[in-house]
Design a protein around this ligand. Structure first.
Ligand SMILES: [Zn+2]
Length: 348
């Protein structure tokens, strides 16, 4: 392989890029084993890696096939193709309730095998996948300004009865409130000084809806108002004293980030990312890639970065602990300098 191609190949290995399976294999001189790019085993160091265009070439060079990813067999990629067909089938039938049995029959796998392979490849079970897609169609229809009823139909929810409960959970507010930029919801908020600048804390009846960092109370309140043009915003410093105290305690490590009840709109994926962030020990960082792997979606590093960038709840969802693959801090919604200070504070 040429140097340029090897560079791409190595990037694919680091990302466990499933799309490159079948295009090349990589061999590890320290173990004598060769793997497909998506192999789940630990990444070798670059110095020990050689690339081959095909399994026979690697074998000819004296390497043996990895027992985990079985690069020499086409079984894995066949199952992957069936999963891809199953995924397309689900996408093509948004308004039907498709049982695992029916889906399995459709692609010629046993229900058990399909469930397992689908979850491994896609990162969600078939049912969860269909739910997630539906909810995504639903929210994007709402954002386009459609009525809740028509969005419900368009998304493929036959009846809206169970939808409301679920949508409320996913969106952090009722679908109607979501559609109208916060109409009908009341947010109480306050600001307070901290070691890393001013914070704004906002709550609904259900929990903390926002924690933001900024320089001044006025600037924080103004941008908050800007983001919730139609919500009822009420400053309530006395009423939020406990919340603020808890956030401050979380900052200095006296209470855990998982302590808070949050009221935040999020997709299933965002929720997974945020939970993973909360599990990073204080003062430590993880790359977007590592977080993607930890939630079982190794190719989703970019989506993880996006989820971090859209986090509404600083500190309690510690997105400041997510960094780029090269260890650089990358961006932070509330300023890079502040991210550094947060991490320095945690490492004390
Ligand atoms: Zn392998």
């Amino acid at each position: 392989m040429s140097l340029v191609t090897a560079g791409h190949a190595w990037a694919a290995v680091l990302n466990r890029d499933r799309r490159c399976d079948g295009r090349f294999v990589y061999a590890v001189s320290s173990t004598g084993v060769y793997c497909r790019p998506s192999c789940p085993s630990r990444r070798p160091t670059r110095d020990h890696v050689m690339f081959f265009d095909s399994p026979p070439q690697a074998e000819a060079a004296g390497y043996r096939a990895c027992l985990r990813c079985r690069p020499q067999s086409s079984a894995g990629s066949d199952a992957d193709q069936r999963v891809e067909r199953a995924r397309r089938y689900l996408d093509a039938h948004p308004d039907e309730l498709i049982t695992l049995r029916r889906l399995a029959a459709q692609v010629g796998l046993s229900p058990f095998h399909l469930q397992r392979t689908f979850t491994r490849v896609v990162g969600l079970s078939p049912k969860k996948y269909q739910d997630t897609r539906r909810m995504a169609r639903f929210t994007s229809a709402l954002k386009r300004g459609e009525t809740v009823t028509s969005a419900t139909y368009e998304a493929g929810f036959g009846s809206s009865s169970s939808l409301y409960a679920r949508a409320h959970e996913e969106l952090g507010m009722t679908p109607s409130a979501f559609r109208s930029g916060g109409t009908g919801i009341t947010l109480r908020y306050t600001t307070a000084p901290t070691a890393v600048g001013r914070i704004l804390v906002a709550v609904t009846e259900r929990g903390i809806a926002a924690v933001r960092l900024g320089d001044t109370a006025a600037a924080l309140a103004a941008s908050f108002r800007h983001d919730y043009p139609k919500a009822m915003l009420r400053q309530d410093t006395a009423g939020l004293r406990q919340h603020v105290r808890a956030i401050l305690q979380c900052l200095i490590g006296d209470i855990d980030a998982t302590f808070f009840s949050l009221d935040v709109k999020a997709t299933v994926f965002q929720r997974k990312v945020w939970q993973a962030l909360q599990q990073i020990p204080r003062g430590e960082t993880r790359s977007y890639q590592e977080i993607a792997r930890s939630i079982g979606q190794p190719t989703a590093a970019r989506a993880v970065a996006r989820a971090c960038a859209t986090n509404q709840i600083a500190v309690a969802i510690p997105c400041h602990r997510a960094v780029r693959g090269d260890g650089q801090l990358a961006g932070y919604r509330w300023g890079l300098e502040r991210k550094k200070r947060l991490l320095a504070l945690e490492r004390r």
